[in-house]
Design a protein. Sequence first.
Length: 428
Amino acid sequence: MPSMGKLPRIPSPGWFPLIGAGIGFAAIMLFVSTGGQDVDANVSLPQEEWVSPKLLPEAGELIKSTTTTLKSGDNAIAALVRLGFDHSTSHFLISKANAAYKLKNIRAGQSFKRVDSSSSTDIYYNISGEKRLHLQKENSTAAQWQATLDERNVYSRTRFASGAIKDSLFASAEAAGMDQRTTMNLVDIFAWDIDFARDLRNGDSFQVVYEERYDDEGNMLESSILAAEFTNQGNQFKAVRYEQANGKIDYFTPEGKSMRKAYLKAPVKFSRISSTFKTKRKHPVLGYTRAHRGVDYASPSGTPIHAIGDGFVTFVGWKNGYGRFIQIRHNNRNHSSAYAHMRSYARGIKKGMKVRQGKIIGYVGMSGLATGPHLHFEFRSRGRAVNPLTVKHPPAQPVAKTERQRFQTQTGPLLASLQENPVQLAWD
């Protein structure tokens, strides 16, 4: 297992562009899912740098380090050539590396680093935040290249952030020191209780205790919220992270009730609702009036569609004007959901298979009778279609009674830490 330790002088994470309060929550989800720093596929020239003596295996030894970043269409041979090795040596190095790790699944944006010192030549390739391929040859006549798979050090730190919303949640969270992945995590945790597109007000507040994990080069690997409190229009909501005895991690109220509901609010990240549940609607293709027993979520073609809850697939195929269609019977046998007008189905989706809440089952399209890309979604109770936007969904399973004492012991200190730095409210 990678070693853990206190964080040594980690640089501040890079910031994504901020999102204003006027953007709908669904649009926020679409924006954030594609955010981040893009890899420049055209940049491939190696960069040279002199490594600080404090990183040397022996004090006072000077090292020169050269790094090259993979571009689209690159392979390991091309990267090694850019680091100064000829083609013959590069092929040989790949064959040596294969004993420890096969360099087949490399991706654009990943890097190879060459380090030259007075004692050895080293090549590093970061496979993940926790593993690194290391090729080394000592500077002696009889020395041979050796390949090893090394465990990387992983560092963690626990942080606290709090703030009162002035103009937008994302701006206030950034001012409190949170990065956007943590803010989106906060939104996801409370999404069943708070409509972040319509219900936020100036003066709403949040307090968050979260853990950040970094690799040994200061790159953030992940951010996990441990406990959080959100006050919306005077209503206070609390959540705490808990790993159950079976290893499943979820968020619960201080009393042990699940923060999740049995079903997602929406099966797709959408830009707008193009048609609501109506008993009478003029059909945009057929031209006559009939009932519209679902909700249409307008979204770009190819947007992933998620199962709203656990269950079994009961139908996959073409269904008249619905086009490509999937139906799921949920674990509560009285409930089912239907997804229509898909461009395609997700790989492996078939009748009879079990699906979990959030699993991608297909992709938005306009098959069947449709005028543009969207998902037609229906929710049925005892076989009768009901309005997905107004139906009250039951909560997910609470903490088991046999785990209540364990739950209180583990989560009590986290919840108490929320009170150590109370937020200063700023109601307008």
